[in-house]
Design a protein around this ligand. Structure first.
Ligand SMILES: Nc1ncnc2c1ncn2[C@@H]1O[C@H](COP(=O)(O)OP(=O)(O)O)[C@@H](O)[C@H]1O
Ligand SMILES: [Mg+2]
Length: 332
């Protein structure tokens, strides 16, 4: 199986914690994983065991956009320059596609290897980079998560490998189409009114675009919490995790062996894994490509054409469908 999985939710709900536990679960089982930190607050590196200094030294995708664009553009005649390539510019004939099992200039420039589980499989880590106050609300902010979107739109994940993305549930991901890029989205929800209201908003977008969405309850402390979530989320509630002493210990700097994670929480991670594997059946490359074109045309009209001074709709290659075999044919 090769799966693109997102963990989304409001700040503090436990996205980074659950992303990092799920990544550990996969690494422990020897599954190849690429972990992507796409949250405004970059915490995934430390959650996977990097020191703050090591995490800060991971080269941000957002800082390598010219390189990424120039590489992905390849010989695509519809994309006249890297400068006219925006975060939603879709691949077409001549574009270079990304494979997880290859060396390419994007991974060479930005990927770092982390070992979140002793004796487990090493994990590739990519990060969008931190957002400064200045970035919020302006082009740079979008261009940083945009690097992840560009990469996902050019990714043909054609063998058994997981991409796990830690990201916010903010309106930014809805405007760009980022939220449609995953085989399965885990929405992390605490048993609170705020948590549930994020769920309601996300569910509307997910429905409109056929996004597979499952809710993971977090910090669920007892039967009342469980009932509250069940009442508001219904069948979208997949599983719940409780307060974890293992996680608390990690926060104190005590790194316990992964198999010592509480049994209930380990069982919950297995449920996430099974659900993710099963989502592969829902994968539809044509719809995936159509959605990137949909969001590209929307972004082109609302700001892209004006920003670049080009007709970005002309970048769409109408005959192109992203799919696994394409990688072999793409320009070297
Ligand atoms: N299941 C859990 N057990 C114990 N602590 C948790 C759990 N989930 C989250 N936390 C703690 O809650 C805080 C916020 O979690 P975090 O994963 O950083 O949230 P987010 O990434 O959604 O902002 C962190 O201190 C984290 O360690
Ligand atoms: Mg986080």
């Amino acid at each position: 199986m090769n799966m693109k999985i997102a963990f989304v939710g409001k700040g503090g709900s436990g996205k980074t914690t659950l992303s990092s536990l799920f990544i550990r679960h996969l690494a422990h089982r020897g599954v190849p994983v690429t972990a992507v930190d796409a949250d405004i607050n970059q915490h995934l590196g430390p959650a996977l065991g990097l020191s703050d200094e090591e995490a800060a030294a991971v080269p941000p995708l957002g800082g390598r956009l010219p390189l990424i664009k120039e590489y992905l553009r390849g010989d695509n005649p519809r994309i006249l320059s890297a400068e006219t390539m925006i975060k939603t510019t879709p691949p077409g004939a001549g574009s270079r596609l990304l494979r997880l099992d290859e060396d390419n200039p994007v991974f060479a420039a930005c990927a770092r290897t982390v070992e979140p589980v002793a004796g487990g499989r090493p994990v590739r880590l990519l990060a969008t980079g931190p957002f400064t106050e200045e970035d919020l609300g302006v082009a740079c902010y979008h261009s940083k998560t945009g690097a992840v979107e560009l990469c996902l739109n050019h990714l043909v994940d054609g063998r058994e490998e997981y991409v796990v993305v830690d990201m916010t549930a903010g309106s930014d991901s809805f405007a760009s189409g980022m939220f449609t890029r995953f085989d399965l989205t885990f929405l992390v929800v605490e048993p609170t009114h705020k948590g549930v209201s994020v769920y309601r908003q996300y569910r509307e977008y997910a429905r409109d675009f056929g996004v597979a969405l499952r809710v993971v309850g977090n910090k669920v402390l007892g039967a009342e919490d469980e009932e509250f979530l069940r009442a508001h989320v219904g069948d979208d509630l997949l599983v719940t995790l409780g307060q974890s002493d293992w996680v608390r210990a990690l926060e104190r700097g005590v790194r316990r062996p992964f198999p010592e994670l509480e049994e209930g929480n380990r069982a919950a991670l297995s449920v996430l894994h099974r659900e993710a594997d099963a989502a592969y059946e829902g994968r539809d490359w044509e719809r995936y490509t159509q959605q990137m074109v949909h969001f590209h045309l929307k972004n082109a009209a609302s700001w892209g054409n004006e920003r670049t001074g080009a007709d970005l709709a002309a970048q769409v290659d109408p005959g192109f469908v992203l799919r696994e075999e394409r990688a072999a044919q793409a320009v070297g």
